[in-house]
Design a protein around this ligand. Sequence first.
Ligand SMILES: Nc1ncnc2c1ncn2[C@@H]1O[C@H](COP(=O)(O)OP(=O)(O)OP(=O)(O)O)[C@@H](O)[C@H]1O
Length: 260
Amino acid sequence: MLEVKGLSAGYGEGDVIHDISFTVNYGENLCILGENGCGKTTLLRAVAGLIPASGEALLDGENLMAMKRGEIAARIAVLSQSAGAYFDYTVEETVMLGRYRHMRGRLFGGADDGDRAAVEEALEATGLSELRRRSILGLSGGQLQRVFLARTLAQQPRIIFLDEPTNHLDLKHQLGLIEYLKSWSSAGERSVVGVLHDINLARRLTDRALLMKEGRTLYLGSLAEAGPALLEEAYGVDVAGYMLDSLKKWEVCADVSKSL
Ligand SMILES: Nc1ncnc2c1ncn2[C@@H]1O[C@H](COP(=O)(O)OP(=O)(O)OP(=O)(O)O)[C@@H](O)[C@H]1O
């Protein structure tokens, strides 16, 4: 269970996020939503111990802020926007990097059977087995994002933090990623905490939402019950109206599909 209590953090000149609290039980997911710059990434960074913070972040009752980065990384993996590939590694070598923290603790280093099995499982889950020998420099943006997902899975964390990981992915792969992570969390008593700009995608991942506004909690609860006014306050636009309007524009397709 991840418990965040009264967390505040920033980058040196005052706090950017203020007094944030939420709980995520294993098997449950949470999406973090809000307009650009409201502090979503900062919140993930603070919980993952990447920037200093005040307040509490507990994982299974243990204080994350007192843990070394490596200890946190063994439990929480971060999957963010694909930053691109700069090294001539193969797909398999890149996924193996997800085992780095596990290998580092061993006397003689190097990959063991457990590492190889974890990489194999991750390659299979992401449909990358056949690309394993390819250099990541020659992959498309979407393929590369799947490699990064595989590397995250190979880490075998109990919690994955998603930071808008769906850029570069077409609709099919966006949906595939979210559906996969949903089953990953529910099947293994694990959790996904996700920053997703697409509110529809967020709802596919989970109905539990933390809406942020200017670094503070605007709402914590069911996304379905948040209501149009709250969404408008969070995003500064009429989100529900926009979605209904979009739906109307596609109604013609729905009518056609009904008649088939
Ligand atoms: N490394 C940094 N140093 C200083 N300020 C930063 C840094 N990263 C982010 N900020 C500032 O912190 C605030 C929150 O940024 P953050 O990236 O957490 O927002 P966000 O909600 O994730 O935004 P987006 O939706 O655009 O990704 C912004 O005002 C941003 O300029």
